[in-house]
Design a protein around this ligand. Structure first.
Ligand code: AP5
Length: 210
C-alpha cells in the first residue's frame, strides 16, 4: 500500500507519518525533508532552493522529481511508501502515477488531514525539533521529553508568520485543487486533524486497517 498524506502546512503530515513508520512499518518520503537535506550542501542550487522555500513558493517540479525518483525505485520500500508533501500540484500528481507505474506500483489512498486554518499559525510557530534525535515537538501542544529538553531546539527558517501566510496561499492556489483530482479517483479519506495528536493517530490507524 502506498499512500499520500495531504493537508496544509502545519496540519500534522510529518507528525502522523512518523507514527505510520512505527505503527505500520511504512516509509516516509517527505519532499520538504529531502529539500532541507539539499540545503546542507551550500551549493548554487541549494541557495536557489532556500530562496524559494523562504518565499513560501514551490520548488520546480524537475528538482522534486530528481529527489524522489530514487526513492520510488527502491525495491526495499516498494508498496510501503507514505508521500508527505508530494505531490503539490496536478503536474506532480500525474508524474507520480507515471513513476509508480514504471516501478509496478500504484497509489492506494489519500489521507486528507482536515484542519481549521485558525490553528495552523500557532502549530507552526510552536514547532521545534531536537538536533540529536531529530523528532519534532511543539512548544504549546507537544513538549519534548526531558532528555531532548537539554538540547538547544531547532526552528525552521520558513516557520515565521510572514512565510507561513505565503505558504498557505500557495497551498490554496496550487495544492488544494489536487483534492478534487483524487476525489474523482475515489481515493480520499478525510481525517479530523483538529483532534489531539494521539487521537488523530488512532483514527488513521483505524482507517488504514479497513
Ligand atoms: P514541507 O516541509 O513539506 O512543509 P509543509 O507542507 O508546509 O508542511 P509542514 O512540514 O509545515 O507541516 P506538517 O503538516 O508536516 O506539520 P507537522 O506534523 O510538522 O515543505 C516546505 C517547503 O518545501 C514548501 O513550502 C516548498 O517551498 C518546498 N516543497 C516541499 N515539497 C515540495 C514539492 N513537492 N514541490 C515543490 N516544493 C516543495 O506539525 C506542525 C506542528 O504542529 C508540530 O510542532 C506538531 O507537533 C504540531 N501538531 C501536529 N499535529 C497536531 C495536533 N493534532 N494538535 C496540535 N499540534 C499538532
Amino acid at each position: 500500500m502506498n499512500i499520500i498524506i495531504f493537508g496544509p502546512p502545519g496540519a500534522g503530515k510529518g507528525t502522523q507519518s512518523n507514527f505510520l513508520k512505527e505503527d505500520l512499518k511504512m516509509n516516509q518520503i517527505s519532499t520538504g525533508d529531502l529539500l532541507r537535506n539539499e540545503l546542507k550542501k551550500e551549493s548554487e542550487l541549494s541557495k536557489q532552493i532556500r530562496n524559494i522555500m523562504d518565499a513560501g513558493k514551490l520548488v520546480s517540479d524537475k528538482i522534486i522529481y530528481d529527489l524522489i525518483e530514487d526513492k520510488i525505485s527502491d525495491i526495499n520500500i516498494k508498496n510501503k511508501m507514505i508521500f508527505d508533501g508530494f505531490p503539490r500540484n496536478i503536474e506532480q500528481a500525474k508524474n507520480l502515477e507515471i513513476m509508480l507505474k514504471k516501478h509496478d506500483q500504484n497509489l492506494s489512498k489519500v489521507l486528507n488531514l482536515k484542519v481549521d486554518y485558525s490553528v495552523l499559525i500557532k502549530r507552526i510557530s510552536g514547532r521545534i525539533s531536537c538536533p540529536v534525535c531529530k523528532s519534532t515537538y511543539n512548544e504549546y501542544f507537544d513538549p519534548p521529553p526531558q532528555n531532548c529538553k537539554e538540547n538547544k531546539m531547532i526552528k525552521r527558517s520558513d516557520d515565521n508568520e510572514e512565510t507561513v501566510t505565503k505558504r498557505l496561499k500557495t497551498y490554496d492556489n496550487e495544492t488544494l485543487p489536487l483534492l478534487e483530482y483524487y476525489k474523482n479517483q475515489n481515493k480520499v479519506i478525510n481525517i479530523d486533524a483538529m483532534k489531539q495528536i494521539d487521537e488523530v493517530r488512532k483514527e488513521i490507524k483505524g482507517v488504514l486497517k479497513d
